[in-house]
Design a protein around this ligand. Structure first.
Ligand SMILES: Cc1cc2nc3c(=O)[nH]c(=O)nc-3n(C[C@H](O)[C@H](O)[C@H](O)COP(=O)(O)OP(=O)(O)OC[C@H]3O[C@@H](n4cnc5c(N)ncnc54)[C@H](O)[C@@H]3O)c2cc1C
Length: 410
């Protein structure tokens, strides 16, 4: 087939065939026919998690929104639906999801599979909204997964890294629609962050800190608030009077409205608009999660590497994520703080730098983001043996495995 790349273009998938089924029956046929395959969402992962040397099944034509159940407060979708389209539909129906990632461009199934998150002390990652899934197992059989059908094992099935089969439908919890306003603050003194971390991350419904680590200031703090109550200063940071982009010298046209102007949840919670390229484009990303209790020590450990980071870094983002019970979630049973790095696309240099960061964070038991670039072996998943038991039941011959999973789940 014509060579296929991931969104950032840093990875060419090695697959021989890319299939684009339009129905669950076609997915089932493909799963039966293929010896080795992986599902592919919107290709926004930066590592080889989705790769397969034989067959890939793209969900790009499985994009039906199947409807809202008003009584149960749920929505059911096909797995290729992107958050951007789902959010517009839900809002028109009077509903909302609790949170979104920085971009609305990603497929719901791909995001859920990797434990993708937004920010907010009280907000779990996006997978915590999942209450049901339909999946095609290695046998080609279609199974419905939920807490009702599978009890606590359901917690092991939601963040699945694509290892259990091809997800064809998802059912998500929804809530009444709400409004949010966001405002950027600039130049937060690091000293203030270290002294008032909880107050700062608690100053809104969702808070993001952007830093290049190069000065005594955190460059920007974005506060997304349900009340729209924004003081002129935030622990020494100044309220911006115009829209900001997380990256210097980038047009704010791609960013969602700021300056405290309220709007629907889905037009404020992501940093970037669906119709524009999010972030920079030609980039790599890495992210490590530590327990909230280690946030300040981890911040200080990374800040000490500032000279090494500078040549490769575009920007870092620091976010908070509430603990959950999903076995392979990077936020499993740990209120977490995520240290994210948007890198220039200098692959060898970044790959050489990551072990330095991983070593600096080692005392804090970091868990890397499953969909971003890392070199460490992920640890800190006490339920991994039980996940492997589930995988054995769903995929006894390893049809859905790949080199990435063989390394990280070994
Ligand atoms: C600009 C940018 C900004 C980002 N911002 C954030 C952020 O704010 N927060 C965050 O946490 N991450 C973020 N990410 C990372 C990324 O969004 C996630 O890692 C997410 O997994 C990407 O979803 P996708 O559909 O593109 O997945 P893909 O890369 O296509 O696939 C990811 C994994 O999901 C599996 N998968 C996909 N669909 C299915 C299915 N139907 N059945 C079974 N398995 C499936 C694949 O096999 C693969 O293992 C960002 C990425 C980019 C490029």
């Amino acid at each position: 087939m014509e060579s296929q790349k991931n969104w950032a273009g840093n990875l060419t998938y090695s697959a021989e065939w890319l299939h684009r089924p339009t129905s669950v029956a076609q997915v089932q046929d493909l799963v039966c026919q293929c010896r080795q395959l992986r599902a592919l969402g919107t290709r926004h992962c930066f590592n080889a998690i989705a790769d397969c040397p034989e067959d890939m099944i793209s969900t790009e034509k499985l994009t039906k929104i199947l409807g809202v159940d008003r009584e149960k407060r749920t929505v059911t979708i096909e797995s290729g639906v992107r958050y951007g389209e789902l959010a517009v539909y839900l809002n028109a129906e009077g509903f909302a999801l609790p949170n979104l990632a920085s971009l609305p461009h990603i497929s719901v199934a791909g995001a859920v599979a990797t434990g993708t998150h937004g920010s907010g002390d009280g907000n779990g990652n996006l997978a915590t909204s999942v209450v049901g899934m339909e999946l095609v197992k290695a046998s080609g059989n279609r199974v419905t997964l939920s807490r009702e059908t599978h009890g606590d094992d359901f917690d092991g099935m939601v963040v699945h890294l694509g290892a259990l089969g091809v997800v064809t439908q998802l059912t998500l919890k929804i809530q009444p629609t709400f409004e949010i306003a966001q405002t950027a603050y600039t130049n937060l003194p690091v000293e203030a962050l270290l002294t008032h971390f909880d107050e700062i991350t608690g100053s809104g419904y969702s808070v993001s800190l952007f830093t290049d680590w190069q000065s005594a200031f955190v460059n920007q703090v974005w506060v997304k608030s349900k009340t729209g109550d924004f003081p002129e200063t935030l622990f020494g940071a100044q309220k911006a009077t115009e829209n900001r982009h997380p990256l210097p010298d980038h047009s704010t046209e791609s960013c969602t409205t700021q300056c405290g102007i309220p709007g629907p949840w889905h037009e404020r919670l992501p940093h970037f608009k669906l119709a524009f390229t999010p972030s920079s484009g030609a980039e790599l990303q890495s992210e490590y999660f530590v327990g909230r209790e280690n946030a300040l020590a981890a911040f200080t450990a990374i800040a000490a590497l500032r000279d090494k980071l500078a040549p490769q870094l575009m920007i870092s983002e620091i976010r908070t994520i509430a603990a959950d019970n999903l076995w392979l979630s990077p936020h499993y049973q740990r209120d977490s703080v995520g240290f994210h790095f948007t890198w220039k696309q200098n692959i060898p240099e970044v790959l050489a730098l990551l072990p330095v960061i991983e070593e600096a964070l080692a005392p804090f038991d970091p868990r890397p983001h499953w969909g971003k670039v890392f070199t460490m072996k992920p640890t800190g998943y006490p339920k991994l043996p039980e996940f492997l038991r589930l995988r054995e039941a769903f995929d006894p011959e390893g049809k859905f495995t790949n080199a990435f999973l063989e390394t990280v789940l070994a």
